[in-house]
Design a protein. Sequence first.
Length: 576
Amino acid sequence: MSVSHNSILETVKSLKILLTKDEQKKGKKFLLYTAFVGLTDVLALVTVVPVLMLAIDGDFLAKSSKLRKIYSLLNMPNESTFLITLIVGVVIFFIFKNSLAIFIQNKLQSFCIDIVQKFTIKSFNGVISNSFIETLQKGSSDLFQKVHFNSYLYVAGIVLPFVNFIGESVVLLVVLIFIIWFNPTVFILIALFTAPAFYIINRTIKNKIYNLGLKTKGIREETIDSLNIGINGIADIKLNQSSKYFIDQFIQKQKFLLECDFKSYYYQQIPSRANEIVVLLGVIVLVIYGYFFSDNPGNLRVIGALFVLSVFRLVPALNRLLVALMKLKLYQYTAEFLTQKRESENSQDGKINFEKSIQLNQVVFYHSEKQEPTIDGIDIEIHKNSIVAFVGENGSGKSSLFRLISGIYSPNSGDIKIDGVKLDDSNKMDWQKKIGFVHQNPFIFNTSILQNITFNQEYNPENLENAINNSGLKEFIHSLDQGINTIIGEQGSKISEGQKQRIAIARALYKQAEILLLDEATSALDTKNEDLIINTLLNLKKIGYTILIIAHKNKVVEIAEYTYEIKEGKIINERK
């Protein structure tokens, strides 16, 4: 009980942290609606009892003072008309309460979809703002788990079960209070015979389901990872004829996952069947008590009829309540993940200005503590509105240095300062708004030039025009029949390498970046396109841009005001 109690308290705590005030108000309304539907379910069962008793006992109207009052109040001509009126009333009430339940469930579903999407966006942003190395090391399966599964399972495994728990608790509580009020002795007898059986059955099953859930949590990620490996490496798998190995690896993990999932489903069916037997035991206790010990069998017939009818609502209610408690315990890790992300969001809204220089002070970086440093004690200053080139052999640390300057990597020791302000997690996001990163193979997706430049940012015509003009794309776009709306193919397959680089530069300019980082951006270009990019960079410097270049070609390096040669993570030469 303590575990379930703690799960409920932790759930309430997480909901207060994760939901806005408006969302909390909506959630409270849904709890009230669900509780009200639970009450109507109990009331519906109560209304069936007099109808049944009138149908099977011709003297029941004479025995029941409450029914006689209703009979007189409605001024019924005879008992048959009264019975038909009651039946019609019960049917109308059942239609009303079930229609209401369906309507509330539909609204709750829409509310839950909105919450899942909200948490997914926050989780995705959280993963993106995490350490780049940590994200790469954990892989795509961990990313999918955090972005999709955690958001979905929090709502499906925490929010909805909590709502169900409240609703079903109301049903059980009202029925138990009614039985205690009607005949405390009957309640005590039924509780003594049935409660231990309920506890043993459901405690055993709940533990089995919980343990299966813990097993599938890890294997689910491994299964996704195994599938990703098979898909991403499909070319090599075909050429090496090793498909059987990868398929077997995936099937083995999938089989274990399916076995756990279906076992969990199997175990969830057991309580409902076993609880029916326990309820039957309660009915037998009621019959024995009424036959041998009760002084008023008539009243016991009424409560017996109500008890039997309640089985149709109480057993499912009890099962759903116990499953809800199990899920609250099982998926509590999703609440922990989302609340941690929420708390970390508040520390990422710092601002940073760039008016003078970027300082790297004895910066050291390594991918793993067991490896030699990739960047080893670099100490330089980069002035605003300058062109700086970094040269060196492949693997010397140039690209890692760019990732450090852009905030994608964080130094293991030393620091990076912008105008004297240390770059850290609190201001990194604002800094990255000022940076445009142009790779050797820029990311181009299969849509229009316009969408590749704006990159799904808010459309700004003035920014777009400046980006096109300053990147040198204007003439190229005007030469196309569909202009800026031209679809350029997967990875820019319909345009030249030079135009891809220009689009990447235009993308950086559109977001109003102040600093351009070009990582081997001209290495795959012919002389003509290289000259065009060089002219573009010189023009950008004239209007105030700071440009950092990684290059091997002398022609590109020659436009730099400062050139740093890097070897084994250290600067071995500096030229002006």
